[in-house]
Design a protein around this ligand. Structure first.
Ligand code: ZN
Length: 58
């Protein structure tokens, strides 16, 4: 076959952590980042907003 499919394994998912309690944040909307600014919420402390700590998973 003249083609190959390559999955980029270096495409790292960046964890977003709550700036308040360092819990892992969840996206507030599945459309976040596409048509609206990214927004996150923390189900631990109730934080909600666009500020998130980014962590590179290794
Ligand atoms: Zn939190």
């Amino acid at each position: 076959m003249g083609f190959k499919i390559t999955f980029n394994k270096n495409l790292s998912y960046r964890k977003k952590l709550c700036p308040n309690c360092l819990n892992e944040l969840k996206l507030e909307s599945p459309l976040a980042g596409l048509i609206v600014p990214e927004s996150y919420f923390c189900d631990k402390c109730g934080y909600s907003g666009s500020v998130a700590l980014e962590v590179n998973q290794s």
